[in-house]
Design a protein around this ligand. Structure first.
Ligand code: MTE
Ligand code: MO
Length: 355
């Protein structure tokens, strides 16, 4: 039984847990105990002595790398926020019920990631000119309507071969300077800055270089914005890659004089150089107070914010909305979708009824 003091487990055998929101926005780099876990099956047993990352497909020479082989590539580190496409799904469900883990707003965390550049490993195998996509396959075994499948994803080859800047994907062995825990993909996972969490595959066992996107269920028939769960809607919709702008109220401290300290996170749209430009909080949807942004900011990472503001007696909830330097803003409402992804409407925080 995992420690339920740090995470609220929405399911335990298949580990799905998110932190209490008031613990989340205290640190710009999320301490591992407060980093959400989202797994589709139980953790696979992996023997480090026999573990190999296979690289196959449209490459001049297939590769088979032990963790020690990978450590011979130049080490690389980046900072990136990981967010589940289903973060805030419970808000979609209040409009119309959707299946899936009923996340509150804690399926997000920001970490530093250590490993090697994916591009270095791909280049060592010699990517062929006709290659267009990089597929990842996890070693976990997921029961999907009676069939056992692995967790898979893919990213465009241009992203996979990115070498410079914070958008470059990594093959990671560590998180916040410590070896990945089993829940987070030990011994190896992909980290794709700016993309939804589902593209950062844990327990990574295989990379396939291809001329098309991965046909894996989690790429071809899940993680898409669909209005209905039918084959036509699935075929018409493209896979989600980047995450949109978002902001959430994580904590509210009320004082007897009806002033509140409100704090939370804001995630800029996944674009190089994009930052949060404004976070505003309101108790009535009419008067908006601009929050102070935390000093830490980095491409593809969230920003923390805080504000002290008056909140009239009897107010029931606080709202937050954000804008970013790429001109994006959070809508008051979003279009409902059948899998409950990418909820980024103004976030509402219920206030405890006070006297
Ligand atoms: N092999 C594997 N990789 C996976 C998953 C999984 O179930 N199996 N879940 C994905 C999803 S949906 C998310 S949001 C992130 C969560 O990563 P974390 O558990 O380290 O927070 O991992 C992704 N990678
Ligand atoms: Mo996810």
């Amino acid at each position: 039984m995992p420690d339920t003091k740090d995470l609220i487990y929405r399911s335990v055998h298949t580990r799905n847990g998110e932190p209490h929101l008031q613990n989340l926005a205290k640190n710009w780099l999320t301490p591992q105990p407060y980093f959400y876990v989202r797994s589709h099956a139980s953790n696979p047993a992996i023997n480090l002595n026999t573990f190999r990352l296979e690289v196959v497909g449209m490459v001049r020479q297939s590769g088979s790398f032990s963790m020690q082989d990978l450590s011979k590539f130049p080490s690389a580190s980046t900072m990136a926020t990981m967010v589940c496409a289903g973060n805030r799904r419970s808000e979609h469900s209040r409009v119309r019920p959707v299946e899936g883990v009923q996340w509150d707003a804690g399926a997000i965390g920001n970490a530093s990631w250590q490993g090697v550049l994916m591009a270095d490993v791909l280049k060592a195998c010699g990517v062929l000119p006709e290659a267009r996509h990089v597929w990842f396959e996890g070693l976990d075994q997921i029961d999907n309507e009676g069939e056992t499948i692995g967790f898979g994803a893919s990213i465009p080859i241009e992203k996979g071969l990115t070498q410079c800047g914070s958008g470059a994907p990594l093959l990671c062995h560590s998180m916040n300077g410590k070896p990945l825990t089993h829940d987070h993909g030990f011994p190896l996972r992909s980290i794709v800055p700016g993309y939804i969490g589902a593209r950062s595959v844990k327990w990574l066992g295989k990379i396939i270089v291809s001329d098309r996107p991965s046909p894996n269920y989690f790429m071809a028939a899940d993680y898409k914005l669909v209005g209905q769960l039918n084959p036509l809607d699935w075929s018409e919709a493209g896979p989600i890659y980047r995450f949109p702008i978002n902001a959430v109220i994580c904590d509210v401290e009320t004082r007897p004089d009806h002033w509140c300290t409100v704090s939370g996170y804001a995630l800029p749209t996944s674009r190089e150089g994009c930052r949060i430009s404004k976070v505003e909080v309101s108790a009535d949807g009419l008067d908006w107070y601009e929050a102070r942004l935390g000093v830490d900011a980095h491409d593809y990472c969230w920003q923390l914010w805080e504000i002290e503001m008056p909140v009239a007696q009897g107010s029931e909830e606080l709202l937050v909305r954000a804008e970013d330097t790429a001109g994006n803003f959070m809508p008051e409402r979003v279009v409902w979708n059948a899998k409950g992804y990418l909820q980024n409407s103004w976030h509402r925080f219920k206030l405890k009824s006070s006297g």
